[in-house]
Design a protein around this ligand. Structure first.
Ligand code: THU
Length: 127
């Protein structure tokens, strides 16, 4: 069965339970759907040295790429159960692999918005 945007968003919300966010208290989860149907989840992992923090989207992407998966269909993101759009670093990070990925978020699974990554990062940089 095709993975729906709602299901992906629910998985992002569920994943966010594992976020390590003692400093911001903003618990982010991401669910990344690969073209082969696999789904990789990710969470933000903060650090006492704040700049060492990694976002949920990049955690999910790094998990996927390290498993040999490089083609992606969609990513859903949830922050504290609601809307969270990717930060600039995550937009650039994802652009490297999938400028056409569908990016999904919203206040609830019934109020989702979808953008193509290229819309969120116009004229993105890629060597
Ligand atoms: N965060 C993400 O996980 N993804 C984003 O795209 C935006 C920000 C995290 C980083 C930090 O742990 C917390 O949200 C507050 O900035």
């Amino acid at each position: 069965m095709a993975t729906t945007d709602k299901k992906l968003f629910r998985m992002a919300v569920k994943a966010s339970e594992n976020a390590y966010a003692p400093f911001s208290d903003f618990h982010v989860g991401a669910a990344l759907l690969a073209k082969d149907g696999r789904i990789f989840t990710g969470v933000n992992v903060e650090n006492s040295s704040y700049g060492a923090t990694i976002c949920a989207e990049r955690t999910a992407m790094v998990k996927a790429i390290s498993e040999g998966c490089r083609e992606f269909e969609a990513i859903a993101i949830a922050g504290n159960g609601g809307t969270s759009w990717p930060c600039g670093i995550c937009r650039q990070f994802m652009y490297e692999f999938c400028p056409d990925i569908r990016v999904i978020s919203g206040e609830s699974e019934d109020e989702l918005k979808v953008y193509i990554l290229k819309e969120l990062l116009p004229e993105g940089f890629k060597l």
